[in-house]
Design a protein around this ligand. Structure first.
Ligand code: ADP
Length: 215
């Protein structure tokens, strides 16, 4: 069975963490546009330089850029048996472009799972979020600190992400409410949207996610 799953939710809802777990469990790749854009910045590519200030201020990067990134990535052979989308689509225009890509390549329909977390909890999570640019894992100072076996050997180098400043977080929540939240209705109308409660231990949320995929 080909799984094409889109994890939907506000920034900091836990999409990346759950996508990583799901990717390991199902053996299909995670496609994160945020990770791809951060990798482009780290390489210092022209694309990376173009998107840096938008990302740091908490704004979305132009649709054309992310649509092209996703199109190229979905064409890879290792993405043919399914994919877990994390952070894309984030606008109606991106969702429409994804529909076109899916129908052009005959993929199984997208299954959308929304991870529901209140904004106050999002603010708490993002202020304690830390990131290791070497193993690309995300941690939280109290909720999910790095432990032996779940990060870099010899210890992770933890950094605060440049868009986790309080000002950028408010901008991202605003971008989410205005540009991304309307996608709920878009997918609800197609009957492909399920919602899981995103509060509580990571393992419990993962169990709900798996249960909603099996239902
Ligand atoms: P989060 O979900 O925590 O905001 P991401 O890593 O998914 O973090 O995204 C970080 C930033 O990358 C976004 O704030 C935005 O600037 C950019 N970005 C990622 N995905 C997209 C997308 N699909 N469309 C536009 N911008 C994006």
């Amino acid at each position: 069975m080909q799984y094409n799953i889109y994890l939907f939710g506000a920034p900091g809802a836990g999409k990346g963490t759950q996508a990583q777990l799901l990717s390991e469990k199902l053996g299909i790749p995670q496609l994160s546009t945020g990770d791809m854009l951060r990798a482009a910045r780290k390489e210092g590519s022209e694309l990376g330089n173009r998107v840096a200030s938008l990302m740091d201020s908490g704004q979305l990067v132009p649709d054309e850029i992310v649509i092209e990134l996703v199109k190229q990535r979905l064409a890879r052979p290792d993405h043919q048996s399914g994919v877990i989308l994390d952070g894309f689509p984030r606008t109606i225009k991106q969702a429409e472009a994804l529909d076109t890509m899916f129908s052009a390549t005959g993929r199984s329909p997208l299954r959308v799972i929304s991870i529901d977390v209140p904004f106050d909890e999002i603010r708490r999570r993002l202020s304690g979020r830390r990131w290791c640019s070497r193993c690309n894992r995300t941690f939280h100072v109290t909720d999910n600190p790095p432990r032996p076996g779940n990060g870099c050997e010899g210890g992770c180098q933890l950094e605060v992400r440049s868009d986790d400043t309080p000002e950028a977080v408010e901008k991202r929540l605003q971008a989410y409410s205005q540009q991304t939240a309307p996608l709920m209705e878009y997918y609800q109308r197609r009957g492909v949207l399920k919602t899981v409660h995103g509060l509580g231990p990571i393992t419990e949320i993962f169990a709900s996610l798996q249960a909603s995929l099996a239902a």
